[in-house]
Design a protein around this ligand. Structure first.
Ligand code: GLU
Length: 556
């Protein structure tokens, strides 16, 4: 038996499969020409960063527009980063924002698709099979260096002023151990890692085309990278190579922090005899630091909005967040949106080439604006259903009040909605309690502050006049005519133009009279259509509020 084969057998006695078995088990996908296979590959930390959702959107859209497949793979080879159920937080966040993969992990312990298992810890036999074949081909070797040995090498490299640090070439102590030495170390029970035997040269450079950044040139990899750790579990680099090959990924889209590893990855794909996938490295999600005013990475520790769960808790609809992320993601999105105002955002013909390679600035104020616009187009029934579902979980007390009379709550939400120019008042469901507070006595704490040009005494008179005049059976025009009729006896004018010509002749105009009534009935100066609000408040409540406001202003 040749010595490499014997070594492979010595290191992996229980592995009896060959890479060919897996080639047969995971055949090339039967997809049309040009179809892209993408994956989102988070570690199961239970935490979905907004940058993760951003990346996942890129994966899903890239696959979708090409008629390909996107899948979710859980990368749990780093046990230090893992939490008990670190998967649901990720899959729930994806579901909440409508990001749906074609295959892969679907929740804690569940998955779908023919290229699984989609969790790396369940694929150890695959990695070891590939590792064994690399040893057979002389492309990998066991390394018995302890942490102290590695430190000593680093110190020697520093002392020698070596340009490149790490385990390679003449520094790689275990690279040329004899079969007998290895056997002896194993017999002595020494722990080992499996290293890649790099044939890279410090003089050579590699080129690759990043689909977002264009052509990139870097020094070739010369490091004998660790492939399997001492517990037989692969490193990220090796698992990436095996998984993206056997899951038949065509496009590896991942964060820009991985660019520097591409030379290693290309070397590994080539050593294994695999086609190198296409790479696209997405920019980071940044924010403007409140204190310094500088751009910085959105931080899990400092920024609540870094977590996707934050938007679930705040009740930001999925359409709003995806709409906003797409404006950040793709320079062509806003033009497309103008031309296609009513098409779902996920139907956007996404193109990686239209992504910016510099960081994307995540701005909550802009998200709010986008969301107000998105929500303004929802039907009242949709808003009612979403608010109810949100409140049931995040504000049960409001849920009880809000859903006590669904028709009334829906009608309240429908004021100035479902019209060609709907109001853009609501950015998220957590705002609805305050937004509708004047419809619910439980939450109504009116602010009766008047605009400066109106006196409390006049306001009290307006309330009294309104109480005497209004009739809920009026249509909107009749109601407005009554307000106009109130003006003159109280020293106001029904005619705004007339007021503008000579303001000193009047206490104010019909708009001021309406404002007083609005403040008396809702505690606000700005609301949707007051006539519609009054219809929902009902006569008794209107009378009570007018009387209360008149009393407050009389005593002011
Ligand atoms: N598991 C890696 C991470 O969480 C994924 C990188 C990749 O997509 O290849 O950063």
């Amino acid at each position: 038996m040749d010595q490499n084969k014997a070594l492979a057998q010595l290191l992996f006695p229980t592995i009896d499969k060959t890479p060919a078995d897996y080639e047969a088990l995971y055949p090339p996908r039967d997809l049309p020409e040009g179809a892209r296979v993408t994956r989102f590959a988070p570690s199961p930390t239970g935490y979905l960063h907004i940058g993760g959702l951003f990346g996942a959107l890129v994966d899903v859209l890239t696959a979708k527009v090409s008629g390909g497949v996107s899948y979710l793979r859980i990368e749990d080879t780093d046990k230090k980063r893992e939490v008990v159920d670190g998967v649901s937080g990720i899959t729930d966040g994806m579901k909440a924002f409508g990001v749906k993969f074609d295959e892969g992990v679907t929740g804690f312990g569940t998955e779908t698709g023919a290229y699984g298992p989609y969790t790396q810890s369940q694929r150890v036999e695959i990695y070891q099979t590939v590792a064994k074949s690399l040893v057979e081909n002389g492309l990998a070797y066991p390394c018995f260096c302890s942490a102290d040995d590695l430190n000593a090498i680093r110190e020697q490299q520093e002392a020698a002023g070596a340009d490149i640090r790490g385990y390679f070439g003449k520094w790689a102590k275990c690279r040329d151990l004899s079969f007998e030495e290895i056997e002896e170390n194993l017999r002595a029970g020494k722990s080992w890692v499996l290293r890649f035997r790099s044939d890279g040269s410090p003089e050579k450079r590699i080129f690759f085309e990043d689909l977002i950044r264009g052509k990139i040139e870097m020094p070739e990899n010369i490091i004998d990278e660790v492939l399997l750790k001492s517990d037989g579990i692969p490193t990220y680099h090796f698992a990436h190579c095996c998984d993206d090959h056997f899951m038949r990924t065509t496009h590896v889209i991942r964060g820009e922090e991985w660019i520097s590893s591409v030379p290693k990855h290309i070397a590994l794909f080539k050593a294994c005899g695999y086609k190198v996938p296409k790479y696209a490295h997405t920019p980071q999600v940044l924010k403007l630091d409140d204190e310094t005013g500088d751009k910085r990475k959105l931080s899990k520790r400092k920024d609540p909005e870094a977590a996707v769960s934050f938007f679930v808790e705040e009740g930001v609809p999925k359409e709003s967040l995806t709409e906003y992320l797409l404006t950040l993601l793709s320079s062509g999105f806003e033009d497309w949106r103008r031309a296609n105002p009513d098409v779902p955002a996920m139907d956007y013909p996404f193109n990686l080439k239209k992504m910016s390679s510099s960081g994307c600035l995540f701005d909550l104020v802009k998200l709010n604006d986008v969301s107000k616009n998105v929500i303004s187009k929802f039907s009242a029934a949709r808003v009612y259903a979403d608010v109810a579902a949100w409140a049931q979980v995040y504000d049960p007390e409001f849920y009880a009040v809000f859903t006590a009379d669904p028709a009334r709550a829906t009608a309240a939400l429908n004021i100035d909605r479902e019209t060609p120019k709907p109001r853009k008042d609501i950015a998220k469901w957590s705002e609805v309690k305050a937004y509708l507070s004047y419809f619910f006595n439980e939450y109504y704490t009116p602010d009766l502050t008047l605009p400066e040009n109106l006196s409390p005494a006049d306001a009290a008179e307006i309330c009294k006049g309104c109480a005497a005049a209004f009739d809920l059976a009026d249509d909107k025009e009749q109601w407005f005519a009554r307000i106009k009729a109130l003006c003159e006896p109280l020293g106001f004018t029904p005619n705004v133009k007339e007021y503008k010509q000579d303001p000193s002749a009047f206490k104010g105009h019909v708009g001021d009279v309406s404002t007083v009534i609005r403040v008396a009935l809702t505690g606000r100066r700005n609301t949707p259509d007051l006539y519609a609000i009054m219809q929902l408040l009902g006569e008794a409540e209107i009378r009570a509020r007018l009387a209360a406001a008149a009393a407050a202003w009389t005593n002011a």
